[in-house]
Design a protein around this ligand. Structure first.
Ligand code: GLN
Length: 451
């Protein structure tokens, strides 16, 4: 049924870069066979899923939305892919994304934009716009995204779906094509909080193949999602997120959500985290710096595209021609920014300062969580904007992640859960919930109560 739905609507939505019809049917039949044999099946056995094209899939193309990986077929599965398969999840295909996960609108994909199913002339968020659009268009009930600066939560918010960035280190990065390794985190996307929890449970857990993987039990996310009781919880409203630059309808729905939290028995207090206003500039030094190093591997020799290799050119020339042709403008911008920020003489002033800001942000979170169980804010300052509106203005585009980035820099857990439609444009608004590292279950407890 989901493959039929994709065939019917994806020409318009363009959530998928690759639909693996054969692989999906084979996986579904394998679950049927297991059931026929009377084997015990897990909660996600046979459930279809849309996978962001940044995770490697053995034998199935993986492009990261880039021309430089066009035609590359990975010889191995990411740990996340392997876990999904072991859980009996049916992977329908690979979803569209901003090239190498750099963007907030999916317009930076080398394969064309994705439409927001609520209004196809608007962006579905990014970088994982394909995954969230697939959910909103009912092309899949579950999806996977990655969140380096907001790329699961912001698409979730603007498509009216649930998106979770687990604690950094909770979900293995092995086989996740690296953008900014100290921030990248895979996580679940779904239409309900409980669905997200079931997917979280399936993909999280220690992996010796990822050096930053956390070796601790997965927090009880499924139980928390089912609890639907937040009496006695202390919830902090982040003072710095709101006011100028925030759409009126977004703030209205946010304030109503805070009222709802109070009615449900939570104690709500205002919390100040002054360093959060520095998060965006710090992120746009740290993330491009790490990207400039990580993307050095795309040298025309190891993967995918190779341009100008006719026997007359040196390896360096072929690398340069390939990178010129294979990388899009945003990726080039970030490689240049990152290389500059890391260069000798500038390193301390830019990269070093950004790392200090990162420490300040973690301290603000620690101070806040000494008094509250979770923090809340709008997920994004505005609802989905029209395709093209911010495409030529990187600074305007970067603002979409104002509220999501602090959690990436601190490595804690955060969720976006739908909280209604903005009255002025009838487009979805997201409520962001933030919990301390390894307290991901609190997200599900609060999210499950308010959805
Ligand atoms: N929009 C942010 C960026 O462009 C975040 C991306 C992400 O989380 N992958 O870097």
């Amino acid at each position: 049924a989901h493959l039929d739905r994709i065939a019917a609507v994806d020409e318009k939505v363009h959530a998928f870069l690759h639909v693996d019809t054969e692989g999906a049917l084979k996986a579904a039949r394998a679950v049927d066979d297991q059931r026929a044999r009377g084997e015990e099946l897990g909660p996600l056995a046979g459930v279809p899923l849309a996978l962001k094209d940044v995770f490697t899939t053995k034998g199935v193309p993986t492009t990261c939305g880039s021309k430089i990986l066009e035609g590359w077929v990975p010889p191995y599965d990411a740990t996340l892919t392997r876990r999904l398969k072991e859980a009996g999840v049916v992977i329908l295909g690979k979803t569209n994304m901003d090239e190498f996960a750099m963007g907030s609108s999916t317009e930076n994909s080398a394969y064309g934009p994705t439409g927001n199913p609520w209004d196809l002339s608007r962006i579905p968020g990014g970088s994982g716009g394909g995954s969230s659009a697939a959910l909103a268009a009912f092309e899949a009930p579950l999806a996977i995204g990655t969140d380096t600066g907001g790329s699961i939560r912001q698409p979730g918010a603007v498509t009216g779906t649930v998106g979770v960035k687990p604690t950094y280190g909770a979900v293995s990065r092995y086989g996740l094509v690296a953008f900014s390794s100290s921030l990248d985190q895979g996580g679940p996307c779904a239409r309900t909080v409980l669905d997200a929890a079931l997917l979280h449970q399936a993909i999280a857990g220690h992996d010796p193949l990822d050096s930053t993987s956390i070796d601790a039990p997965v927090p009880p996310v499924v139980e928390a999602a089912k609890r639907r009781d937040i009496r006695g919880m202390r919830i902090g409203v982040v003072k710095e997120f709101g006011g100028e630059g925030y759409q009126a309808g977004v703030m209205q729905r946010f304030h109503e959500s805070v009222e709802l939290l109070r009615e449900l028995g939570a104690e709500v207090v205002e919390v100040s985290c002054p360093s959060f206003t520095l998060a965006l500039p710090a992120y746009y030094l740290i993330a491009p710096s790490e990207a400039s190093s990580n993307l050095a591997r795309f040298d025309a020799m190891r993967y995918g595209l190779r341009v100008g290799d006719d026997g007359s050119r040196s390896a360096e020339e072929v690398t340069a021609l390939t990178r010129e042709a294979g990388f899009g403008p945003e990726v080039k911008r970030r490689i240049m920014l990152g290389t500059y920020a890391l260069s000798s003489g500038y390193y301390d002033a830019y990269y070093g300062s950004a790392q200090k800001v990162r420490t300040l942000i973690s301290r603000d979170f620690d101070a806040a969580f000494a008094g509250v169980d979770v923090l809340v804010s709008p997920t994004t300052p505005t609802t989905a904007f029209p395709i093209g509106e911010r495409a030529d203005d990187p600074m305007a585009m970067y603002l979409a992640d104002l509220c999501t980035i602090p959690s990436n820099l601190a490595g804690n857990a955060a969720m976006s859960v739908p909280c209604g439609l903005a009255p002025e444009d009838n487009l979805p608004v997201g409520l962001q919930i933030i919990a301390p590292a390894m307290a991901d279950d609190r997200l599900y407890r609060v999210g499950g109560a308010v959805e």
